[in-house]
Each structure stands twice: as C-alpha cells, then as structure tokens.
Design a protein around this ligand. Structure first.
Ligand code: BES
Ligand code: MN
Length: 464
C-alpha cells in the first residue's frame, strides 16, 4: 500500500531533520515543569508552542484542552482517509523539575549538543516524543500531501505529576479522542541503537508522610533525652518498610503479584544481561549490592513492585544545628504490577507506616493520585505493525521489553476507548538520565525513532 509515499516521507525527513531538531530545542527552552511550586505560565507557553508546531505540521482543529485547574493539553487531527484506521498519537510536553542546578554540565533549559547527544531537561522525556509525532505527520504532508491513516494527536500537560485530570479530560472529549489504536511515544529503548517495544508498565502509589512531636524545634542539649525525636521516629517507620534484603516487608502487599508465566520468564532470560553493563547504566558504585533477593534484574525492574524514598526533609545540611526538629517529612513511592490494586496498596502502605510510628508522634499522611499498571498481549495487528516499523526505522529487530516507569494515560485511554491496543515506544536509552541531572537524547536514535513513526503509520494502514 503506497510504498512510494513512505519513501517520499522518509526522504523529506532526511532533508529536514535539522529543522525538526531545532523545533525540539525550542520546546526544551521553555521550562514547562508541571510540579506545584513551579511557574504554571511556562507550561501554558509550552502548550502554545506545541499548538503552533502541530499547526505547522499540517494538523487541523488544533486547540488546547483545559482541565479545570490543571495544565493544558494540546490536540490536533487530520481525518481524511475514509476506511483507514484512526491512530491517536500521544506524548507529553510537561517536564520534571531540573534537580540540582550545580550538577548540570550545561544549563537545563539551554539545549546543548555534546558528543552526539543533546542535553536539557525534557529533551528525551518527553519533548522528543512530541517532535517524533509532529515530524512524522509533517514528513508525509509536506511530501505527498496525504497521510496513510487518520491521525489524532494528544500532547498532555501534566503527565509528570500523575495526570490527575486525565479521566475528566477523557470524559469531556471522548468523541474527539476515539481511535482504533493509540501510539505512545514516552518509553525507553533497551540499549542505544536497540529499538524496543514496551509491552508493560508498572503503576505507582505515592504518599507524603509528616511526623511531628513538637510545636517548634528546641535546643538538643538543653532538652534532649526525654523528648521524642520526629526524625528518628520517621526513620524507624521508613526502615520498617523493607527487610534486610531490601525487599518490601509490608504484610499483604505482595499477595496479588501475578507470577510470570514460563513464556514470560523465557522472554526475560533471552535478553542479554551483564552486571558490569548494568552497573555502568545505573551508575551503581563498586561496593554497593544489587538488592531485592533472588530473581533477575529485569524481573525486579518490570514485573515486581519496588519501593523508594524520593525525598526526606528535616532541617537541612546548611542549617544543621544542635536541635531536635519539630517535624520530619518524606515522600514514599511504590511501583505496582499486575494484579496489585492501587487503592489496596495505598491502604496497606499507610497502615504500615502508622503502625510503626513510635512514641505518640503525630503522623499525617497525604496520598497523591495513583497510576495503574498496564500490560498488553504480544500479538495482533498493532503489535505486528510496531515490530515491523521499529525494525525498518532502526535497521534492527526490536527487543520486546517491560517498562518500570508509569504512564497513567496508557491504561486510562485504552479502557475509555473500549480496549483498543496501545503501542508504547520511545527514544530514551539507558544513558538518558531521565528525571536526573544532565538528561540527554541520543540524536541518532531520535532520528531512528522519527523514521519508525513514519513507518508505523504506513504499517498500521496496511495491517488493519
Ligand atoms: N516516560 C516516563 C515513564 C516511563 C519510564 C515509561 C521508563 C517506561 C520506561 C514518564 O514520563 C514518567 O516518568 N512517568 C511518571 C508517572 C507518574 C508521575 C505517575 C513516573 O513513572 O514516575
Ligand atoms: Mn518522566
């Protein structure tokens, strides 16, 4: 079906890729951090820049979608090939906070090229995904004036804070978003130059814990001894969350974890693993152990729950004085897998924290909006189209992998649209440093990924 159109689109992309890269840089310059406490105006400016980009790419009906007090998403579509499937392309334009500025080798919001990589906050997660979709659409329209499928594009504005308004967005705009298949550009490749189709995601349950025992901090010499220290209390509560192997020790929390089938285990065993590579990718120091008991690293990252403490606050290094703090705070996240229930997980976590609170301290726990896990069948027209498109785009057969991260949109949208398939691809590699300082994009893989989306639109048209 119209092979020459694919060739023309690919040729267009090859000639204009520098322009698409400069579109990416322009998006990265806008500090669209969606977190509370950061400037929401920047997220809105980012949405407007995305809207302009989608219009310039040839999409119609481009508009921002508002979600009450939430950050704006951007929509556009091109519905003009009757009888062909409709593909909903998704990415997000909001980004993580920059982290510690002094750890960046170049400023986070000044995209900078070094050694074949582009550095900047959000350059991979997920502004590269935005440009992949826009470039694929424009490459067809600017060359052969037509797309192989009907296309809708949704670029979300609050993925990094858990997409709390997604359900209302889907309810309010269900007709606008109906599609036969969803393509999400927001995951990571197994390795540099190694395309991957991500067939599962973990979900997440997050709580904020505050422990308080005094109305204000006091001199630790004058008063220390009889007083309950809230930092120690919180430390004991947090320590009780795991056992001495670093495994989750919350009673009942692992009960619903679905064991891997023999075929799934074999799939994981077939992926190459080298401890030295893994240590390099994770920047794990030489003497530090790989924890979590027995089981492969991939199983622990993709098909088992994990618990982390993202932040702790009680005074600060700079202000560390001889005091007993009045309070201590921590943010705790649990990644969840099939068939764990987010509500139940949240309750078990809160109960366990409270049960382990010593000395009558006051514990206040504030949950954030959870995200569900997701898993797809590794068969069907969409799966096959993605495998073929990735192979053509990168010149290498894709790995079939799981994803340890979470994307609320995937499960929410596929269910809202009555069980349509979702294809999860992305351009991050193990050296991308998403969510960390010096986030970066391997430019050669970004080109491969753009080509893959061009192929994917064609593959979906010819298989459905
Ligand atoms: N792109 C990631 C999700 C991801 C990471 C998928 C690695 C597959 C592999 C996404 O932008 C992200 O970071 N999501 C948040 C979601 C949360 C706020 C609900 C996450 O996973 O922490
Ligand atoms: Mn992210």
């Amino acid at each position: 079906m119209e092979e020459h159109n694919v060739a023309a689109a690919l040729e267009h992309f090859a000639s204009y890729k520098d322009e698409y890269l400069s579109d990416l840089k322009n998006l990265v310059r806008i500090p669209s951090v969606s977190f509370p406490g950061f400037d929401a105006v920047s997220v809105r400016q980012s949405a407007e820049a995305v809207a302009k980009l989608l219009t310039r790419s040839g999409l119609k009906d481009v508009r921002t979608l508002e979600t009450g007090a939430g950050h704006p998403s951007v929509f556009g579509q091109r519905i003009e090939v009757p009888g062909r499937p409709t593909v909903l392309l998704y990415a997000h334009h909001d980004v993580q906070p920059p982290g510690r500025e002094e750890h960046w080798n170049s400023p986070p919001f000044e995209p900078t090229e070094r050694g074949g990589r582009m550095y900047g906050r959000g350059v991979t997660d997920d502004k590269a995904g935005v440009i992949m979709h826009a470039a694929a659409v424009r490459s067809y329209l600017a060359s052969v004036q037509t797309l192989p499928v009907n296309v809708k594009v949704l670029i979300e504005g609050e993925e990094e804070i858990g997409s709390a308004n997604l359900e209302s967005l889907l309810e309010n705009h269900r007709d606008l978003l109906t599609a036969d298949v969803v393509v999400i550009a927001d995951s990571e490749n197994f390795d540099s130059g190694y395309p991957s189709l991500t067939v599962s995601l973990r979900g997440i349950v997050t709580v904020n814990v505050e422990v308080r025992s005094l109305a204000s901090s006091v001199h630790s010499g004058t008063w220390g001894g009889p007083l309950p220290d809230p930092v120690l209390a919180l430390s004991r509560m947090l320590a009780a969350l795991v056992d001495d192997q670093g495994r989750i020790a919350i009673p009942g929390m692992l009960d619903d974890v679905r064991p891997l089938s023999a075929a799934e285990k074999a799939g994981l065993d077939n992926l190459p693993f080298q401890e030295s590579t893994y240590r390099k990718q994770t920047k794990l120091l030489d003497n530090a152990h790989i924890v979590g008991g027995s089981g492969s690293v991939y199983e622990k990252m993709w098909y088992a729950p994990s618990l982390s403490i993202n932040a702790i606050e009680a005074s600060s290094r700079k202000q560390a004085a001889n005091i007993i703090n009045d309070s201590a705070w921590a943010r705790v996240g649990v990644r969840i897998v099939p068939d764990m229930d987010s509500q139940k997980t949240q309750e078990l976590l809160i109960d366990h924290l409270k049960k382990n609170a010593p000395w009558g301290v006051t514990v206040t726990i504030t949950p954030e909006s959870p995200a569900p896990w997701w898993r797809m069948a590794t068969q069907g027209f969409a799966f096959e189209a993605a495998v073929a498109a990735l192979e053509k785009g990168y010149g290498k057969k894709p790995a079939i992998i799981g994803g340890g991260g979470s994307i609320p949109f995937v499960r929410t949208v596929t269910e809202a649209l009555g069980g349509v398939p979702a294809l999860l691809v992305g351009v991050g590699d193990p050296y991308t440093a998403a969510h960390s300082e010096n986030e970066n994009l391997l430019i050669s893989d970004w080109e491969n990924a753009c080509r893959s989306i061009i192929h994917l639109l064609h593959e979906l048209a010819s298989r459905k």
